[in-house]
Ligand binder design. Structure first.
Ligand code: NAD
Length: 437
């Protein structure tokens, strides 16, 4: 059993804290957001993440997981302190380290005995040194800094954390390495590796992984756009190339661009890090440009169809940046909403989990429906932005009878072209031929 403090209780911090509690550790999570902390103290999970609620309840009940707004209380007895703080894009696109370095400096003033301070936030190469310097400014006791980037995926966060493909630990002291090895032992029983390396390599591993994945998606989006011009079918091409084990089947689905709180900011931050040392990241710079264009792909199709969107009533299914999360940061759907509103259209949105978060941004500028079918009532077309499972096999007759005309613009390629033809829809998707009724 280890005593752990987790600073920052967002998507990463809360999952980290809960999963470490689940393996028998004693975890105190600290956050500056009082409302959030009160919610958690009342047993409410502040985010939607599959399977988190069961672990959350169990570990609170068994007194292994507690919450506070007081950093002193959280770290007093902790041997390990995790930083799971935001690293949003700063003014020029580089990662804003003020949260991480601010807390690091606080920790320097507060620690009274040896601590392992672990950075779980996604941070540029060289941050561990900055964190070390920030802590050292005031610290009077020994401490170690570890870089332990997190690879969990929202929507699968608990599973990913409990059974990681790999754990990356950047550390330069044996003492810290041993603490981390013991802590992660229960999570790698199937034999997945704990990879020890220096801090800089660990920091870069995270950026390189996200940039590679963003590149893979973007590559497929470009192939999809080309398919539309030359009359090929991207689904066939996707399966054709994905069957090659060097390429792999995953992350090859074309769509309306990547979003979320990680890929856009991490890719941009890596480009910036490169610029700072005179390195020109040409491939991932292009990825950002192509992705920006891809985000307007579906709206372009809708506009081409209608000509003028003024006064059109359009339904969007899916507002979260991907299924199984309520996270809407950089969600393609928000980009679509902005574009549609600016062109004079009316928007009705539906999402199984993310509507409250979208309401906070748009208020009554758009309307929301209780379910996916109510959202379609008298709308001019259905636009699909997120591939929630509930959208995959819908009641097509109901869609048809609810819409003014049977028009679907699908940014996630959810439906079979043959089925759309049989059901009599006009159907546009990404990288496949348009179905005419
Ligand atoms: P988040 O915004 O969901 O959570 C951050 C939390 O930190 C918030 O609850 C905020 O109130 C709190 N906070 C801010 N300042 C604080 C302070 N001074 N003291 C205590 N708490 C404070 O962010 P997230 O999505 O969990 O991401 C955290 C980090 O992990 C980022 O660097 C991100 O890039 C990285 N990451 C995120 C994911 C993901 O899927 N979300 C995956 C891997 C890595």
């Amino acid at each position: 059993m280890k005593k752990i403090a987790v600073v920052g209780t967002g998507y990463v911090g809360l999952v980290t804290g809960t999963c470490f509690a689940e393996t028998g550790n004693n975890v105190i999570c600290v956050d500056i957001d009082e409302k959030k902390v009160n919610k958690m103290r009342n047993g409410e999970v502040p985010i939607f993440e599959p399977h988190l609620d069961v672990l959350f309840e169990r570990n609170i009940r068994d007194n292994r997981l507690t919450f506070t707004t007081n950093l002193d209380d959280a770290i007093k007895d902790a041997e390990i302190i995790f930083l799971a703080l935001p690293t949003p894009p700063g003014e020029n696109g580089s990662a804003d380290l003020s949260y991480v370095l601010g807390v690091a400096e606080e920790l320097g003033k507060k620690i009274k005995n040896y601590k392992v301070i672990v950075d779980k936030s996604t941070v540029p190469v060289g941050t561990a040194d900055k964190v070390r310097a920030a802590v050292a400014k005031h610290a009077t006791v020994d401490f170690d800094i570890v870089s332990n980037p997190e690879f969990l995926r929202e929507g699968f966060a608990v599973d990913d954390f409990l059974k990681p493909d790999r754990v990356v630990i950047g550390a330069s002291s044996d003492r810290a390495r041993n603490v981390m090895r013991e802590l992660y032992k229960p999570f790698v029983r199937q034999g997945n590796p704990i990879l020890f390396m220096d801090e800089k390599s660990a920091e870069l591993t995270k950026y390189a992984a996200n940039s590679f994945l963003a590149t893979k998606i973007t590559f497929m989006n470009e192939i999809a756009n080309f398919c539309e011009i030359v009359g090929a079918d991207v689904d066939d091409v996707r399966i054709g190339i994905g069957s090659d084990s060097r390429i792999g089947k995953r992350f090859l689905f074309p769509g309306i661009g990547f979003g979320g709180s990680c890929f856009p900011k991490d890719v941009q931050a890596l480009v910036k890090s490169g610029k700072e040392v005179g390195h020109d990241f040409q491939i991932i710079d292009a990825v950002l440009k192509v992705n920006d264009k891809q985000k307007s792909r579906l709206i372009d199709k809708v506009e081409n169809y209608f000509g003028d969107l003024k006064g059109k009533k359009l339904t969007i299914w899916g507002l979260a940046f991907k299924p199984d999360t309520d996270d809407i940061r950089e969600a393609p759907a928000l980009f679509m909403i902005d574009a549609l509103l600016s062109k004079g259209a009316t928007v009705i949105g539906y999402d199984p989990e993310a509507m409250e978060n979208v309401k906070e941004i748009y208020g009554d500028k758009i309307s929301f429906a209780k379910n996916q079918y109510e959202a379609l009532q008298d709308a001019d077309a259905l636009l699909i932005a997120t591939e929630w499972s509930a959208f995959r096999t819908p009641d097509f007759d109901r869609i048809k009878s609810s819409l003014k005309q049977p028009l679907i613009f699908d940014g996630r390629n959810l439906f079979d072209l043959d089925e759309m033809l049989n059901k009599g829809f006009y159907y546009e998707s990404i990288g496949r031929k348009t179905i005419l009724p």
